[in-house]
Design a protein around this ligand. Structure first.
Ligand SMILES: Nc1ncnc2c1ncn2[C@@H]1O[C@H](COP(=O)(O)OP(=O)(O)OP(=O)(O)O)[C@@H](O)[C@H]1O
Length: 309
């Protein structure tokens, strides 16, 4: 089959649940090998959209194409190319990780070889625990086993609904590494919904942003960050008192636990800030502007973000 440029295409989806139209003419498409954040305030329709993409519910109108296969007309072929964790994966706690993988491999319509099972175990770094019972796994390990199961059949599109929920910082970081490895090494295209903007910023190349079931924008994470008018930059610099004197000549500043915060700085101004500090022979240890995506997101969604940051 010819590999098309857009492994997932969502076209004019509409969905009413109860009396309320939840999704309105929603269209977007994903480029191969890229990681997309799926962002939107609570109740904006992310889970409903994902459930339509993986064919758990039917849209009232519109279409989803996976590798060119319509999910309504060629459901089986379409599902062959997609992997997903929408709700918590149904793991068998009293079986080992390997027994779980073998069970799901047996349920796949096409045979899955042991070599592929070993490959996914390696990819999610579970070799050391794969013969232990799943009930002894940490949440992060269960999550990784869930991902291993969802990619057993080598899908080219992987959809994860809130995958970092309940994970500790180390678990989140590990998961990010595995997902980036999947995109880079296997050219898997990912759609990852999350409430954690900072997480999306670290993980994703692009973001699909929806509000009230409508597409707000589909953009490069870096572009929306750069397009945010002004942001807060945090600088670790020493000595702080002298740095404050230098910076206050041009910017609004204050001290925070992490260093000096400079407010309303344009992205393009950051080199100027660093230049001013180094001209005064001050030592700059770090410059961060974590809130860029947050600022951009709120300006795109009229400040109705409603996210847990
Ligand atoms: N079965 C249903 N019947 C009626 N309304 C529903 C049903 N399921 C979801 N909704 C409503 O649809 C809207 C979208 O819900 P959805 O779960 O898709 O949003 P979401 O963006 O995933 O939200 P969250 O970020 O909170 O998970 C919400 O207003 C929700 O109350």
């Amino acid at each position: 089959m010819k590999m098309n440029e857009h492994p997932l295409v969502v076209e004019k989806l509409n969905k009413t649940l109860g009396k309320k139209q939840i999704i309105h003419d929603l269209s977007f498409s994903l480029e191969r090998g890229k990681i997309y954040g799926f962002l939107g305030p609570n109740g904006s329709g992310k889970t409903t959209t994902i459930r339509m993409i993986v064919s758990l519910i039917k849209p009232d109108s519109g279409e989803v194409f996976i590798e060119g296969n319509s999910i309504s007309k060629n459901r089986e072929q379409a599902l062959e190319h997609i992997g997903a964790i929408v709700e918590n994966p149904d793991l068998y706690l009293y079986l080992t990780g390997m027994q779980n993988l073998k069970h799901f491999a047996d349920m796949n319509p096409r045979p899955i070889e042991q070599a592929r099972i070993d490959e996914v175990v390696r990819l999610v770094d579970l070799e050391h625990a794969i013969h232990k019972k799943v009930k002894s796994y940490s949440l992060g390990m269960k999550q990784r086993l869930g991902i291993a199961i969802s990619i057993l059949h080598s899908p080219s599109v992987l959809i994860l609904d809130e995958p970092t929920n309940g994970l500790d910082p180390q678990g989140i970081r590990d998961l990010r590494d595995y997902l980036q490895k999947l995109a880079q090494e296997d050219e898997v295209t990912l759609l990852v919904s999350s409430h954690q903007l900072s997480e999306i910023e670290l993980l994703c190349d692009r973001a699909v942003i929806i509000q009230e079931g409508k597409l707000v924008d589909e953009v490069s994470v870096k572009t929306i960050a750069n397009e945010a008018d002004k942001m807060t930059v945090t600088i670790e610099v020493s000595p702080q008192e002298q740095a404050l004197e230098v910076l206050q000549q041009e910017w609004k500043t204050n001290l925070s636990g992490d260093g000096i915060e400079i407010h309303e700085v344009a992205y393009q101004e950051i080199p100027q800030v660093i230049h001013a500090l180094s001209q005064a022979q001050l030592a700059v240890y770090s410059v961060s502007y974590k809130k860029r995506l947050e600022d951009a997101y709120f300006s795109l969604t009229d400040g109705k973000g409603g996210l847990n940051l």
